[in-house]
Design a protein around this ligand. Structure first.
Ligand SMILES: Cc1cc2nc3c(=O)[nH]c(=O)nc-3n(C[C@H](O)[C@H](O)[C@H](O)COP(=O)(O)OP(=O)(O)OC[C@H]3O[C@@H](n4cnc5c(N)ncnc54)[C@H](O)[C@@H]3O)c2cc1C
Length: 279
């Protein structure tokens, strides 16, 4: 199937893109790398009258330090993160994760912002940003004709409200992600199960310990909804303590389906083992 007809706009900057989105008379959608939206258009699951391409807006392609955080433009592609073409403040976690997203052709075009805005529970950035405690920077204009920009910041765990659902309104753009820099002593583990290389995960396990910043997080991802993040998870991070992870999954109501339980249990245990290999 082919997409319904639409007009494609390539604005020069974020204010130009926002002016197009603020038009209430048209159904408008933001276009990132098109790697999720393209198939949705072709299947006619989305039929916007206008697409506004934000993937090449200069403001959204930068990655710069601000205090102890990296402000990563939402238009940065998975491939640029994989290739180390943007600074890494996560001690290798983000390049590692990027390298396992889909295939290189998809990584060349898919953007971190598009992935987060799409909010697939199995998407790697959705899970990684929650593990890292990242914050979404969202920009809009006050009203059409009024050029004043409005910015708000939303933590990753609030940004995603459910499968394929975020707090983003139609007139807003996810412009950047604030990623806190990990300390030198921070350690992480990230493990995902896919049936075949390049496919979405069936289960994701993640752990992050950054004692200098008081962070000990455990993540269970690629679930039916928003990824589960457990804070103060020091006691759960002992390698080989699989009973503790069983209890976590039972408490979260994730033990009913034996297949899903086993996948998530193993993914988390392997992430813990990976974190300890770094010690
Ligand atoms: C075969 C295949 C395998 C894949 N495997 C994986 C995988 O293993 N792991 C993984 O994480 N992902 C995977 N993906 C998804 C891929 O990472 C996409 O790149 C990503 O989900 C969407 O990013 P995009 O930039 O292409 O966004 P688009 O497809 O352009 O947009 C997706 C949605 O986000 C909105 N949007 C885009 N950018 C913004 C923005 N800046 N602000 C507001 N809204 C925005 C669009 O309107 C649309 O609703 C796979 C995709 C395919 C086709």
């Amino acid at each position: 199937m082919k997409s319904a007809a639409f007009d494609l706009y390539q604005p020069a900057d974020v204010p130009g893109a926002l002016q197009l989105l603020a038009n209430p008379d048209q159904s408008v959608k933001v276009l990132g790398g098109g790697q999720s939206l393209g198939p949705m258009l072709n299947l006619r699951l989305a039929q916007p009258e206008v697409l506004v391409n934000v993937a090449r807006l200069p403001e959204m392609l930068t990655a710069k330090m601000e205090g102890d955080s990296l402000i990563m433009g939402a238009g940065v592609t998975h491939a640029r993160i994989e290739d180390g073409l943007v600074p890494d403040v996560t001690r290798g976690l983000m390049p590692f994760v990027a390298s396992s997203i889909a295939y290189r052709a998809i990584r060349n075009r898919g953007t971190i912002g598009g992935s987060l805005a799409h909010a697939d529970p199995a998407a790697d950035w959705v899970n990684t940003m929650m593990l890292l405690g990242a914050v979404m920077q969202i920009t809009s204009v006050k009203s059409a004709g009024d050029g004043a920009l409005v910015q708000r910041e939303v933590p990753a765990h609030v940004f995603m409200q459910g499968p394929f659902t975020t707090v983003l309104a139609d007139h807003e753009i996810l412009t950047a992600i604030r990623i806190p820099a990990l300390s030198a002593s921070a350690r992480w583990g990230y493990y995902k199960f896919c049936r075949k290389t390049g496919e979405f995960a069936e289960a994701i396990g993640g752990v992050l310990s950054d004692p200098e910043r008081g962070i000990h997080r455990l993540l269970i991802g690629a679930t039916d909804g928003v990824p589960l993040v457990i804070h103060e998870a020091q006691a759960l991070m002992k390698p080989g303590d699989s009973a503790a992870i069983t209890r976590v999954l039972q408490d979260a109501g994730m033990a009913q389906d034996p297949y899903a339980f086993k996948m998530h249990h193993t993914a988390v245990c392997r992430a813990i083992a990976m974190r300890h290999q770094q010690a």
